[in-house]
Design a protein around this ligand. Sequence first.
Ligand SMILES: Cc1cc2nc3c(=O)[nH]c(=O)nc-3n(C[C@H](O)[C@H](O)[C@H](O)COP(=O)(O)OP(=O)(O)OC[C@H]3O[C@@H](n4cnc5c(N)ncnc54)[C@H](O)[C@@H]3O)c2cc1C
Length: 526
Amino acid sequence: MAHSESIEVSDLFIIGGGINGCGIARDAAGRGLSVTLAEMNDLASATSSASTKLFHGGLRYLEYFEFRLVREALIEREVLLKAMPHISWPMRFVLPYHKDMRFESDTPTSKLLNTVMPWMKGRRPAWLIRLGLFMYDNLGGREVLPGTKTVDLRSGPEGLPLEDRFEKAYEYSDCWVEDSRLVVLNARDAEARGARILVGTQVLSAESEDGIWRIETRDTETGQTQTHYARMLVNGGGPWVGDIIQTKVRVNSREGVRLVRGSHIVTKRLFDHDKCYFLQGTDGRIIFAIPYETDFTLIGTTDAEHSDPSVKPTCTPEERDYLLSFANQYFKQDLTQDDVVWTYSGVRPLYDDGASSATAATRDYTLKVDTSTGAPMLNIFGGKITTYRRLAESALEHIAEHLPNVSGPWTAGVALPGGDFPVDGVSNLTAQLKTDYPFLSDYWAGRLIRAYGTEAQAVLGDAKSAEDLGRDFGATLTEAEVNWLMAKEYARHAEDIVWRRNKLGLRLSEEQIADLETWMAEQRKA
Ligand SMILES: Cc1cc2nc3c(=O)[nH]c(=O)nc-3n(C[C@H](O)[C@H](O)[C@H](O)COP(=O)(O)OP(=O)(O)OC[C@H]3O[C@@H](n4cnc5c(N)ncnc54)[C@H](O)[C@@H]3O)c2cc1C
């Protein structure tokens, strides 16, 4: 191929606008690389909006001896918390203890214990949980988050919603994160540093010609196709990582991805305090019950094999019932399917390490560079929301081996948009917003600060009353906010807003969401 002067060749072309694609785009753009990112649907429309939303070390991974992953993730929790104190916050996790608690049978720890202490018969003893929590407290980087303590469930509020047989619990720290907002804020910051972010843009094919990638994309709404050129390709396709390797780039590779579906259910609020529960089941698995969106409780997750990324993951009736009966082993309130107000489901794109069960497959990430076509392609397998920034740094190390003049790591400690305030500054910011905009309710002001942080004022502009914010779409969503989301946060459809930029879908009726969709369609045309 002869490259004419007019052809613009980016340094990087990234496929996929999930957390890994957007995290790499931000890091790379900040190091002076020219970056184009294409996402076929909305940002975070796949796995990165369907997580349990924890910045966590992953207590249960200790039983799989995943010390590298746990240590990196534990250190990372606080690095991330400080860079985004609006969309992320510390949480306490209550782990009720009962002597009948069991291991999953194929963890390395359970195998070891079965050999040296066969009389335990698969039970997960209290001393082992304490040892795990001691490691969790001390493996790395804990400055802001409080350590583990024992809780008397017979006297504290944590015991009230639980069945009486639970008398004792351990309480430890991890963090919450608004996963889909994390993705969008990374994309915005990448764009502010020069990246091009294309949503509704599907990559149809990528071919290397004379060491340069030629990438064909299609606008999923207009059908228009476009050609892009880049020196290096990053495959951040999540569940589609294998599909991209095999059918879009057509590389003959043996690298495999294991798709493991995880589903969550949401109920009306089940308890009155702000702590989460870490629940151990009779099958050795664990699930969380987490205070969610002020008035709700989030319960999850499951591990089920998922064969095809093009099959949209949904919470099956079996998964819903499994989660209900799991929670019913703990809570006094007997939950039924009528208590479920919403469900969501996502697919973990795990590196296929040959593990026997879906639960046991590694959650660590693996980065592989393929140069077999004559131009470099970086494929991303696995990973956690929690480790996205470190994954991006590792990706940039690989990228620097193939592109000249890549500067060093910079993202640790640099705030995401709206996150430039102290870790404990949310209540001050909320109070200030209420002073500046006295017509806001507590819920409304709190919601805006949690979403936009120091940018909340910019969303509201010089409004003196709720009417000044334009049309009211319901549940505190106004025209001013929708305009911001369309202009600055790549939202094109009602669904992008009510299920990913926020979770107002839990509060809006179907009719209100349809009205929002109609209004947004008119805006897009205009
Ligand atoms: C149930 C569940 C719970 C989890 N809980 C946690 C948790 O609490 N904490 C944590 O740290 N991690 C958690 N994770 C893991 C975490 O969510 C994932 O590791 C992460 O979101 C993966 O991000 P990704 O960018 O690789 O993939 P995705 O978010 O799936 O992004 C890939 C993107 O690529 C796009 N794409 C694919 N093909 C093309 C194409 N041809 N052209 C253009 N775009 C394309 C897709 O549309 C998609 O948006 C959880 C995962 C699941 C499923």
